[in-house]
Write a protein that binds this ligand. Structure first.
Ligand code: ZN
Length: 126
């Protein structure tokens, strides 16, 4: 579920932004048409579209303001995921580079903090 959550958040915010832009245009056209139908004469030809574009502009701006923040969270989450993957890789490389300690007597592989060999009981020199 949380795999690639950063990319998912970015995709979700873009989808919601597109939907909000669509409804802003719809609201703007309706508002413009309503104003134009209420007013009379030459003024209606100017004020109607003016109100329409104002509503569209405000709607798109608000949509951008809201979704940009969510998109940024998605970007941050994506960066964190990449950092965690890099750290996991580095830890794995570090583990692979650790020298393996073996018992001088029987050759059994020893734990890092072993004082005695678990196989033959020989004391281990640190
Ligand atoms: Zn041993």
């Amino acid at each position: 579920m949380f795999k690639n959550i950063g990319k998912k958040i970015q995709g979700y915010s873009m989808l919601v932004f597109v939907i909000e832009v669509f409804f802003s245009i719809l609201a703007g056209v309706l508002a413009g048409a309503t104003v134009q139908s209420v007013l009379w004469g030459d003024e209606a030809e100017v004020i109607g579209p003016g109100v329409g574009f104002l509503v569209i502009g405000a709607g798109i701006f608000l949509a951008w303001l809201g979704q940009m923040r969510l998109y940024a969270y998605g970007k941050i989450a994506e960066s964190c995921e990449a950092m965690m993957k890099t750290m996991e890789r580095m830890e794995a490389m570090q583990r692979a580079q650790l020298p393996v300690r073996k018992c001088a007597n029987c050759g059994a592989v020893l734990d890092d903090d072993a004082f005695f060999c678990t196989k033959c009981g020989t004391r281990i020199e640190k």
